[in-house]
Ligand binder design. Sequence first.
Ligand SMILES: Nc1nc2c(ncn2[C@@H]2O[C@H](COP(=O)(O)OP(=O)(O)OP(=O)(O)O)[C@@H](O)[C@H]2O)c(=O)[nH]1
Length: 410
Amino acid sequence: MGVSGLLPFLQRPSHLRHVITTPWGRYLLHHSPPLDTLTHSRRPIHNSLNARGMCVESNLDSAMGLSPPEQRLLNKLYEGLISGQRASLAESITLVETQHPRKKELAQVLLQKVLAYRKKQEKENGGKPLAFRVGLSGPPGAGKSTFIEVVGKMLTGQGHKVSVLAVDPSSCTTGGSLMGDKTRMTELSRDMSAFVRPSPTSGTLGGVTRTTNEAIVLCEGAGYDIVLVETVGVGQSEFAVADMVDMFVLLIPPAGGDELQGIKRGIIEVADLVVVTKADGDLLVPARRIQAEYTSALKLLRKKSKSWNPKVVRVSSQTGEGVPELWSKMEAFRSAGLSSGDLQARRRTQHRVWMWSLIQENVIRHFQEHPAVRGALPQLEDQVTRGAISPGLAADLLLKAFSSSSSLRP
Ligand SMILES: Nc1nc2c(ncn2[C@@H]2O[C@H](COP(=O)(O)OP(=O)(O)OP(=O)(O)O)[C@@H](O)[C@H]2O)c(=O)[nH]1
């Protein structure tokens, strides 16, 4: 698709445009209205583009056309958030999770304000990220929530502010929850230096990935210097989490049988640290054995960073044994990454991944909402389910229906 194919999407009616202030400049954004309101005018946009290919304007609020109540809401959330109020943080995360089109726009304005604020703080910190983002994953029952509770309490005791976000893959497929059904991390939830946010109860993995990325930014804006992102090791959610954090930690229980079974090989490759949990009582001996097994397995993997060799450690959340040592290792990882620049490079790459996940989410939504696709979909889906036509043919027909009446024609 050439640039000209994108023009209709870039040329939104003026009331749907707004200026976004980012740490890198101010951009005029053109929002995606529902397809039926899309204009297809071919007015050239080049004269309004600057060198970065985007329009620059100065007044965010007026260009956004914020109504006074909207302006008051955003100001209240922003001020509350950066002064560290948990209620404002919770409300801001709800705003980024919304499916409501206008609220989605407001969420982006808030997010850009928070990003600009964080960027300024980072600059004052010599360009180094202020918060430490850690992803934690493991099979159901691995001891994740018990571990996060113990580590979280230890860290708040040391004066840190800790936030915990959850990505629940089951909510994306079944609308149910692997994580949310029981009360988790009760003590940490009551701790005034902690913020525990359950996973959104619905949405696509792409959508949850976006909102989690955005929630991380909001938590950092609210002054949380440690952000823990937890997920169950099911489906693709752990890879999605690995793509949003500075350090990815895999938790393995000392279960009987073939321990490496059920743990995806690929996920061991992205782990910066493997933690064997429940290393106490009768489980201590199997925990030692599993630690040895994983240590050998890691040696066979290609080194993924110059500044760090993945390690395997043992902890017991019940006795607390190994927990302080584990945290020291995590801090060592962070300092090595910061001084080598690996951590900053990882975040830069993640921004690109984040952008592509946004694009994927939006393109799929446009496709699904397209009238020609919507018209043909039920019948084709039915035929595919019955085996009357191949999935490949159905996909081709739908893509043809989309492109033949779409402005995105190649
Ligand atoms: N012996 C022992 N048991 C533990 C330890 N940590 C957790 N457990 C137990 O293991 C079980 C699962 O712990 P959770 O922390 O709920 O595990 P989880 O990974 O969060 O589980 P899901 O919520 O299903 O993903 C519980 O019965 C805990 O009491 C530990 O350090 N030692």
